[in-house]
Design a protein around this ligand. Structure first.
Ligand code: PLP
Length: 812
């Protein structure tokens, strides 16, 4: 894109306050972390979700960004940049997108529905890319923010747009419709179920079809409830019931689903390489569009045969030789490359960044211009090494410093040397036809197939849920002890530090040291500091919890020896937990030690609630809070200091928000587990423990399964053996028909005793095969459900998952 700032004024009608009204803008950003932000960036300071964008403006100005759309001008930045001051920056982003979209007049397809939007969009892109220069929504950018950003990616060379629109409540579609302005509308599957945000199915339909307000035609599966809302608009419908424009019959064959298609008195057959009903329906939707565009039977048959499952997520995986792999091995276009590079920057675990990149397709740009842009993008992102695979990229990027090229993936694989990769973060990004999944397999650390998937979006959602309960000035500390409650501390700490949490809490010094080594600079408190670790803690700038006079004396002695002044410490008071901390009668001694002592400085005073989640002990908790308030005040008065005070943990924030003092300490809630049922409904699940079926067996009546013959079959059953057992942290008591896993969406009860590394489950009623996925916990069963059944607490289950289980982090 290339736009003069004058036009922004036209588009969003701001109050302009700036240094130069006529600058050139060539990209739009909402993410302060992106290394792609530069003098040509127009930055929209959005509120909410991530911490308010205004917060990052001084940082961005220092990096050379000059144009900002804001609701107010942050202190000390006036006169240093152009500010477009508006009432609502999200609305301004949308208005800008409407304006920008208006500059182009090529055909645009708009896709909406409850499910299948992204897959239909990706498939249409694949099916039509031989004939068009397509701009499409990257990933599943279909929200109030994602849609404008998608549309802003259009350039002069595109001649077809495919954008998806997703809404979660009434009133949202109108804006998206104005931005996308689809001439061709596509409605994918509309679920029957009641969705949050809508009163019923009809209301949901009413809202969704608003996308098609100005469309010339709408493609959909015949559905009277929808047709009623479309109000006579021109449609192109399909059905299995012989009552639509296109009528189909389906039949399973070894190659997939055979569809017999009747259209316009014409009959033909196509094979879709899937059996799954949802996949088949989505493929039919694509087929409908091809018919509408006038493709002949032969072309339709050929192209649909190439459909493939779509992986929409960028995955972070542990690699060989301490590498981290970011797997984006299914697409390679300019838009998604930009997103992947931002993702790489946010998730890198090493200074060194390598990218393995295939030829780049469908940019809309001429080849020369495209690779010049790619080259600039790679340079801006400080990529240390580029491995280009493909005929075109080999030639076009040859001037890039530290560029290695291969003509084909096969050539790369043949010459692959594992030792040439170590201690770096590697982005693997290639178009589907390059089959980069084979490269990922080589680079991935070889462990068994069990993974704990961590949803980073859910973590942010949960953080924001608790943040919303805090006063704006209340600080937040997040506990990442015990390896982030089992979820992996580094990735999470990194995310939290971006979201500007004020403190991180770990249990032991070595956990803090690991975070520092990984580049985390957020202040860290060590909750159980041991005297033997004081030296290391000081070297790594970790702040001790001080819970006794003995410990304080020892720490002061070391601080004195090292000639430190004002080293931050955190005083822990025991107000009833009776674990660690100063009791009331020890306060005078504490005050004496701290008085006139310049070696250390009391950064905070805190206490811990024993029963913030137990309604029956509400009074006890209030008593603890009262004691904390009085005793901390006594210290403050005696020393004349002004430290941060804090007492609330997760359940404390939820049940006693009026006692937040100056900071709270969030733990389990971040990981998606509330202690209260109501609270839990507002949280999103973070961890999903998955494995695969190793072997399937038919068990005859009278035979037994597993150790000690605890399970005896009284009828014929089938079992599946899973490579996960109590050594991975699955409680052995979860076996013997007590617990279950989920396979293909159905419950498979655990049969017999759980072994060290394996367990068997009953799959008699499930159509599954070896290699299929099994979910041990996640959305179902939940960790809470497991804990309740086993008479323990979710904390124990989460933190017991063995370190040998690979953690994989992803963002939607
Ligand atoms: C673990 C811990 C927390 C967090 O508790 P949750 O119940 O997980 O929120 C807070 N403060 C201290 C001192 C802790 O040890």
């Amino acid at each position: 894109m290339s736009i003069k700032t004058n036009n922004i004024i036209k588009a969003v009608n701001p109050h302009f306050e700036g240094i130069q009204p006529d600058m050139e803008i060539d990209n739009v950003s909402i993410d302060s972390r992106s290394l792609q932000n530069n003098a040509g960036t127009l930055f929209f300071a959005l509120p909410g979700q991530n911490r308010d964008g205004h917060y990052y403006i001084p940082e961005l100005i220092a990096k050379g960004v000059l144009n900002f759309v804001v609701t107010h001008i942050p202190a000390d930045t006036k006169g240093k940049a152009n500010f477009f001051v508006v009432e609502n920056t999200l609305k301004a982003l949308q208005d800008f997108a409407v304006y920008y979209r208006g500059l182009f007049s090529f055909p645009v397809i708009g896709v909406t529905g409850s499910n299948g939007k992204t897959i239909v969009k990706e498939w249409l892109n694949y099916l039509l890319s031989p004939d068009y220069n397509i701009i499409r929504s990257p990933k599943s950018y279909n929200s109030q923010v994602g849609v404008p950003l998608s549309v802003i990616g259009i350039n002069e060379k595109h001649n077809l747009g495919i954008f998806e629109a997703g809404i979660s409540t009434s009133g949202e579609m109108e804006k998206l419709a104005a931005i996308i302005k689809p001439g061709i509308g596509i409605l994918t599957h509309i679920g029957g179920a009641h969705d949050e945000g809508f009163t019923d199915r009809q209301q949901k339909i009413q809202e969704k079809v608003k996308l098609f307000k100005d469309s010339d035609i709408v493609i959909l599966k015949k559905d009277d409830a929808v047709l009623q809302e479309l109000n006579g608009k021109k449609t192109f419908t399909w059905s299995f019931n012989n009552d639509a424009d296109v009528n189909l019959n389906r039949q399973s064959t070894p190659e997939g689903t055979l569809l017999s298609v009747k259209y316009n008195g014409d009959n033909f057959e196509v094979v879709i390489p899937f059996f799954d009903e949802a996949f088949v329906e989505n493929a039919i939707t694509c087929l409908m569009l091809l018919l509408h565009l006038g493709y002949n039977h032969e072309a339709i048959r050929e192209r649909l045969a190439g459909l493939y499952p779509v992986e929409m997520r960028l995955q972070v995986k542990s690699g060989i030789n301490d590498c981290t792999i970011i797997d984006d091995s299914y697409s390679s276009d300019y838009q998604s490359l930009k997103i992947a590079l931002d993702f790489l920057e946010q998730h890198k675990t090493h200074k060194k960044k390598t990218i393995i990149l295939s030829d780049v397709f469908q940019s809309g740009f001429a080849v020369e211009e495209l690779y010049a842009k790619v080259s600039r993008l790679l340079a801006a992102n400080n990529i240390s090494r580029v491995i280009g695979i493909g005929e075109t990229i080999s030639k076009r990027l040859s001037d890039f410093p530290n560029f290695i090229s291969y003509k084909t993936t096969q050539e790369f694989l043949a010459q692959y040397n594992a030792n040439s990769f170590s201690n770096e973060t590697i982005l693997v990004k290639g178009a589907r036809s390059f089959r980069f999944e084979e490269i990922v397999v080589l680079l991935e650390e070889k462990t068994h197939e069990t993974v704990l998937e961590i949803n980073l979006n859910a973590i942010v959602h949960n953080l924001n849920f608790y943040r919303a309960k805090l006063k704006p000035e209340t600080k937040i500390m997040v506990m990442v002890k015990a390896f982030g409650y089992g979820s992996g501390s580094y990735e999470i700490a990194k995310l939290l530090s971006h979201h500007k949490v004020d403190y991180l809490g770990v249990a032991f010094a070595d956990e803090g040291i690991a975070l520092r080594n990984a580049g985390i600079s957020t202040p860290i408190i060590v909750m159980n500091p041991e005297a033997s670790a004081f030296n290391a803690m000081i070297a790594y700038n970790l702040e001790p919890e001080v819970y006794s006079a003995r410990e304080l004396r020892a720490f002061i002695a070391i601080a004195q020896q090292k000639n430190l002044s004002d080293y931050p410490i955190h005083i822990k008071l025991d107000t009833g937990m009776h674990r660690l901390g100063f009791e009331a009668h020890q306060l005078d001694e504490l005050i004496d030690l701290l008085k006139n002592n310049n070696f250390v400085s009391v950064k905070s005073i805190f206490s811990h609630l024993s029963s913030s989640d137990v309604p029956q002990y509400r009074d006890f908790t209030l008593e603890q809070i009262e004691k904390f308030s009085n005793r901390s005040q006594k210290i403050i008065d005696a020393l004349g200091i002004n430290p941060i005070r804090h007492i609330l943990n997760t359940s404390g924030i939820y049940n006693f928000p009026e006692h937040q003092f100056n900071m709270v300490r969030l733990g389990i809630g971040l990981y998606g587990v509330g202690n209260d049922a109501e609270e839990r409904r507002s949280l999103e699940n973070v961890g999903t423990l998955k494995t695969v079926i190793l072997q399937i067996k038919d068990i005859e009546p009278g035979e037994s399964v597993g150790y000690s013959r605890r399970f005896m079959a009284d009828k014929k059953i089938r079992t599946a053996t899973l490579p996960i057992g109590y050594a991975d942290g699955i409680p052995r008591s979860w076996g013997n028909e007590k617990g279950y896993v989920i396979i293909k969406g159905q419950k498979a009860v655990i049969t017999g005793t759980i072994s060290m590394d394996m367990m068997m489950v009953d799959v008699t009623h499930i159509d599954c095969k070896e290699g299929d996925r099994a979910v041990i916990f996640g959305n179902a069963p939940t960790v809470v459900e497991m804990a309740n059944a086993l008479g323990t607490i979710p904390y124990e289950i989460l933190t017991s998952i063995s370190q040998r289980v690979k953690r994989v982090f992803y963002k939607e």
